[in-house]
Design a binder for this molecule. Sequence first.
Ligand code: IMP
Ligand code: MG
Length: 185
Amino acid sequence: MFAFRDKRCRPLISAEAIAAKVAEMGRAITHDYAACGEDLVLIAVMKGSVVFLSDLARHIDLPVTMELIGIASYGDSTKSSGVVQITADLTRPIAGKHVIICEDIVDTGLTVAYLLDNLGTRKPKSVKVAALLHKPERSIQPVPIQYLGFTIPNHFVVGYGLDYAQRYRNLPFIGLLEPEPGAPD
Ligand code: IMP
Ligand code: MG
């Protein structure tokens, strides 16, 4: 039992439901890439997607390599402005590789749209998107998500890698974070 609790955080998706869904996503990826015959590159978007990547990768029964990419999206702690910049780049080229971008959440879609453009210029064989969560109500830039865990309502969520002001990433479940009393929208 996880002892850490916070009264502002209400459980939305249990650790068990996440585990079952991530296993299902891993099986789907295993099935779809079985005939590729070469290493698949899984790219996690730091820091939030690291937890998702580590669980997802262990359900992909194929040779894979893993990379991290750091993205800064400017805005306040609960809203992105859409101005995106790479803060830590891949360690290896992806030319000729099949790539899956692993995202914790697709919110406005701006981060994934930027990554699809940026990684696309590096001549990969294919680029697809696996996202644990999607908030369609917040979409500004629609992006294709080939592997999706859960569609969630327009609430700020934390846990399983997702943070608020760098906290809550270690919660094993996804929770809804209530705004601080008196906080601006
Ligand atoms: P975008 O708006 O789709 O570009 O999402 C940018 C990033 O904002 C995501 O990868 C998350 O790291 C973060 N983010 C968006 N919504 C939430 C949320 O509800 N909780 C925590 N982080 C979020
Ligand atoms: Mg993220």
